[in-house]
Design a protein around this ligand. Sequence first.
Ligand SMILES: Cc1cc2nc3c(=O)[nH]c(=O)nc-3n(C[C@H](O)[C@H](O)[C@H](O)COP(=O)(O)O)c2cc1C
Length: 547
Amino acid sequence: MGPAAAGAGRVAMDGRFPATCALVKVPCCTRQVLCRLPAITDDRDPNDLTTYVHTYGPRLGSTPGVPPPRDSSALDLRHSMPGPRQQHSYREREATMASPVSKASANYTGTATATAHEPDPAAPVAYQRQLYAALRPPTYSTQPTQWEAAARAAVPLPNFLYTHGAAGSGETHAANRAAFARFRLRPSMLVQATRRDLSVVLFGRRYASPLIAAPIGVQETMHADAEEATARACCAVGVPMILSTAATRSIEQVAAASGVGPRWFQLYWPKPQAEDLTVSLLRRAKTAGFDVLVVTLDTFLIGWRPSDLDESYLPFLYGQGCQVGFSDPVFQRMYAAEQAKDTRTVAEKLADLWQLLKRPGTLGGAAKVLTHAAVIQKSLFFTSLVASGNYRDWNDLYTLRKYWDGPIVLKGIQTVEDAHRAIEHGIDGIVVSNHGGRQLDGAVASLDALAEIGADDRVKTSGLTVLFDSGIRTGSDVLKALALGAKAVLVGRPYIYGLAMGGEEGVKHVLNCMLADTDNSLANLGKRSTADIGRHDVRVLQQVSKL
Ligand SMILES: Cc1cc2nc3c(=O)[nH]c(=O)nc-3n(C[C@H](O)[C@H](O)[C@H](O)COP(=O)(O)O)c2cc1C
């Protein structure tokens, strides 16, 4: 694929975009979209197509009036990604990249141009206008609780419970949500917020909004189109997708579905004895255009999850969630070597199989085991490498550095002390996360952890990029997390419920709702830009007020 633009430069305004436009062919997902893109209003190179796509991604294919797909020629926009990593280089770049709207609105004096007083027709909140303009109820609800209900109805109960479930008593999962009720936003009035900028700069690259799709494994359990549907949806709405090591599609399949969509790779870090596998996974991710590495630190051992235990439900056992491994040449070599060590006779193998068939205690269960007999063995081998119960320590990060020259983000940080350790180890970013309450039951709510970490002076001055997840459901949740120190947030269960509800369309709908809600809430908070949000915009309630 090679960079190409059709008619890049100044073209006549079509009434939808404010100024200079570029007509570019943009391969969005499996489709190509011919789009008019709005002008870049800061000093970035307007001919840099990556800038256009990543700044204005949400408008592609998701806004009324955007022309339908027309062209199938591909365009590689990934050439201008950050180069090899240098210590702190990503931190510095974030500090120096100006926001397009902030810069434009810095000149606002109260007698601004007419444009500043006109709402941007292509802003994410346009999705709200679309829904009203339809004059009929939307196909899918706009309410997060309804997404959950729709997902429950769409898939077998154990599959739903795997996504919905949490560790232990579910206390931490509940606390994640409850914490949002304790922080309340403080809106300001008569602020000129007609035009807003949702974009954020992460690791030297501007993204269209502070929303990122969290790494979520085994998506095939929720919809047959799995991670490929998510990748297409994320590309269409301009939200970066983080691909899980526990995906039900290979790294390369997801990259192909993602098209020019920004993508990050999440590593379930194989045990030290399988270092070659780690190297191979990272090399493949890099080659396939995943530019940020997210290393999950809270799941070396899968949490105690009663709803799955009660069903003896673990999709990995039947091969689901092992596709990143199964498609890996190093894994294939390791597995072949493992099989070669198997010296059992045919009779012994049959006897073992018989024992396995008896385990479910039902004919249906035995049939399932029989049809998956070969894959069960392979899956057990893969999970023994990546969810082995073998813990890593901080010094191992130096090894990881050798294999990945881009930004490294640690997911699962919950304390100020660990945030400091991340800084000391030259890490670029952290995700303050408790895995949606799925790992340590009884742990602190993730938003409370963020409140501590985000307030810490050393964290604030270090340049460490702080991201957040666990409990984000609405636009105001996003703003609260930003106010408490997060630069961007990961959306978890909601988009997976969207996937179950309607495949690619369901994910798009959920993300569009969350983007529109965030944009709407930003306006109602009285802010022009996500960059303007700070701690003064939230107030902590000691007790949840009674209505
Ligand atoms: C079904 C499911 C699978 C998940 N799989 C992964 C995974 O493979 N890797 C990972 O780092 N986190 C995984 N997570 C955690 C999410 O990335 C994220 O931290 C969590 O969903 C945030 O909580 P929330 O869904 O309540 O917002 C998973 C979460 C769920 C619900």
